[in-house]
Write a protein of this length. Structure first.
Length: 84
């Protein structure tokens, strides 16, 4: 099972870069038919995680994936699952 990983720690305070990276990783998963993307917003205050979830809830993005799973063991990690 192929999987992509995006760690947002380095760009947590760069709004446009966050959007670009999220768009890039979702498009790459769709193009390469990857079944899972792991996104690591980190623990912090939770604001970055909320931002990532808002991004994923956009209608045109939501149409591209199957479901989002919040890691029950690690608050600072999300999994986006795709059906191809």
């Amino acid at each position: 099972m192929a999987k992509l990983k995006l760690d947002l720690h380095d760009i947590f305070n760069k709004g446009a870069a966050i959007e670009e990276e999220l768009n890039r990783i979702i498009q790459e998963a769709v193009e390469k038919k990857i079944s899972e993307v792991e996104i690591i917003p980190g623990k912090g205050s939770g604001q970055l995680k909320k931002r990532v979830l808002r991004f994923l809830e956009q209608k045109h993005i939501k149409a591209l994936y199957h479901r989002v799973e919040k890691d029950s063991k690690n608050f600072g990690r999300l999994f986006v699952h795709f059906k191809h």
